[in-house]
Structure formats: structure tokens, C-alpha cells
Design a protein. Structure first.
Lengths: 229, 74
């Protein structure tokens, strides 16, 4: 997931780290520890790497110091805000194989867009690029699911107005869940831009509220580690 | 920004296949590292992981202050 998945989907040109969504199971944690051991990876930030903390929504952060990945940062999560359990994410994943049979398992672009709805300003242009890239690649092969995705997640007034012109019935139907689509149907570009901004601010506020107790825990972990060091 | 509004470089990037993008990304990343690019995350006060006491413009890995090349689509 994260930046590397964004490269595959065309929303980034490279990423300085690797983000992994992991099935929370003892067997998987053992395999992760073994892999991190091969890379001589060290934890570089709070919290401690504990499955119970990951299950509460925390991330674990490592830096590799060997295995041909010197300096590379690896972040691990098992739970993402407002996304379903790992089993659902896995079932919806995108699988890409190269000519040598190497397999890349990616968070689906739909789930990646949801995961990018964070308080971080830098994530929102990425959502824009993810949806636009998806539409560019598959706009000529529309399905009800794809139309719903484009109408539900596009963040460009011009694209939304174009989609509403192309799929007027779907846009009206989906406006129950995303009211700003009414502005797209009406072709009100400037009002749509304002509504999109308000939509992003509301989502950022949700993310801040989600992270508020977790950030307090992180600060407590930092204080404890500084006191112990 | 719609595809039609994107600079040529972005459009060319999106026209590649996912695997082509990944291979090119590996090359860009290697060039970035060869030029001394930092693997430290950019300081981001809007991130829940931001720690003002440990985040800085300095870099434990690579040369600090180097700008990322060809980063337009991020």
C-alpha cells in the first residue's frame, strides 16, 4: 500500500519507503520478524512493535540496515481508519506479475483512495491523481462499479461535471450519498470547488479525531523512551 | 487536475503500464540515491507520526537538502 502502490497506479514516481498492510496473525508476525531480521531492520520510532498496538490502529516503523536495503524505511499497519478488515482488503487487492513471475500484491486503488483520506495535506493531490489515472485507463470500459468509484471519489470540478454529463442518472442517484454531485449535475464549477474543499476538510477532521487518542499514546511512549534512555 | 490539464511528463507517466512505471521508478530511485538523496521522510507537521523533537531538515541517510527530481505526480 502507500507510495509504492501509488507508483504502480501512476500517482507517484517513486517512494522513499515501503508501507505494508499485514494480516494480524501470530504466524504472520513471526514471518515479518524473520524478514526484518534478514534486513537487519531496527525500530526507529514509537510505538513498540506489538501486535496489540497495531490492532488499535498504530503503525510500526523500521529502518533496514542490510540485505541490500540499507536505509530503507518500512512501515507496517494491520488496521486502517474506515477501511474493512484485512481479509476484505486482501480479497479486493490488485495482483501484478512481471515477466519473471514475481508477484506484487497491492491494495486496490479504491481502498488506496480511502486510505489516503488523511489529515496530511500531501495525500489529497495523490487521491486526485489516483482517480484521474484510473479514469484515464478505464474510462472507455465503464462498469457500474467504476462509474460509482469515479463519481464517488473524483476531486476535480471539471472531471465531476464531465462525469455528470456522461452518466447523469448515476450522478443523480449517487448524489444522495455525495450531495456535491448535485452541483456537478448543475455544472456549477466554482460552487463545486468550494464543496470539494469542504469535503476534504471534513474528512481531515475525522482523521484528526481518529488519531487524537493514538497521538496521545504516541507522546506517552516517547516520554517513556526518553526517560529510559 | 484532469489528465488533459496535466503536464506532458505526467501524461507520459500515466500512459505507461503499471509494471513499466515500477521499473522506471526503480531507476529514478537508484539515481536519487546515487545523487545522495535522503531516505528520511520529509518533515510533515500534518502527519500523526510527526515528532517535532526528532523531525528536522537534517538527514541521517544521504545529503540533506537535496530536492527530489521528477516528483511532479506525487
Amino acid at each position: 500500500m502507500g507510495g509504492q502502490a501509488c507508483v504502480f497506479y501512476g500517482a507517484a514516481q517513486f517512494s522513499k519507503d515501503v508501507d505494508l498492510a499485514l494480516l494480524a496473525s501470530e504466524e504472520n508476525f513471526s514471518r515479518l520478524r524473520a524478514a526484518l531480521g534478514e534486513l537487519n531492520a531496527r525500530r526507529i520510532a514509537v510505538p513498540p512493535f506489538e501486535p496489540a498496538l497495531l490492532e488499535r490502529g498504530h503503525a510500526a516503523h523500521f529502518r533496514c540496515q542490510g540485505g541490500g536495503a540499507d536505509g530503507l524505511r518500512v512501515d507496517v499497519m494491520t488496521r486502517l481508519r474506515d477501511l474493512p478488515d484485512f481479509a476484505v482488503l486482501w480479497a479486493r487487492r490488485a495482483t501484478i506479475r512481471d515477466e519473471d513471475g514475481e508477484t506484487f500484491e497491492l491494495l486496490s486503488v479504491e481502498d488506496l483512495v480511502l486510505a489516503k483520506k488523511t489529515q496530511r495535506e500531501k495525500d489529497w493531490p495523490v487521491i486526485d491523481a489516483l482517480v484521474e489515472g484510473h479514469y484515464r485507463a478505464l474510462g472507455g470500459a465503464s462498469t457500474p462499479e467504476r462509474i460509482a468509484f469515479w463519481l464517488g471519489e473524483s476531486r476535480t470540478p471539471e472531471r465531476l461535471i464531465g462525469l455528470a454529463e456522461r452518466f447523469p442518472n448515476e450522478a443523480r442517484a449517487q448524489s444522495i450519498r455525495r450531495p456535491l454531485l448535485r452541483l456537478a449535475v448543475a455544472g456549477e464549477s466554482e460552487a463545486l470547488r468550494v464543496a470539494l474543499d469542504a469535503e476534504a476538510r471534513a474528512e481531515q477532521a475525522k482523521d484528526r479525531a481518529y488519531w487524537s487518542p493514538l497521538k496521545a499514546e504516541l507522546e506517552a511512549f516517547r516520554r517513556a523512551e526518553r526517560a529510559g534512555s | 487536475m484532469t489528465f488533459e490539464e496535466m503536464p506532458d511528463e505526467w501524461q507520459e507517466w500515466l500512459e505507461l503500464t503499471p509494471l513499466e512505471r515500477f521499473r522506471q521508478s526503480e531507476q529514478i530511485f537508484a539515481q536519487y540515491l546515487a545523487m545522495g538523496g535522503s531516505l528520511e521522510p520529509d518533515p510533515d507537521p500534518t502527519s500523526p507520526f510527526y515528532d517535532p523533537e526528532t523531525s528536522s531538515t537534517g538527514a541521517a541517510y544521504g545529503r540533506p537538502g537535496l530536492r527530489v527530481l521528477r516528483r511532479g505526480a506525487v
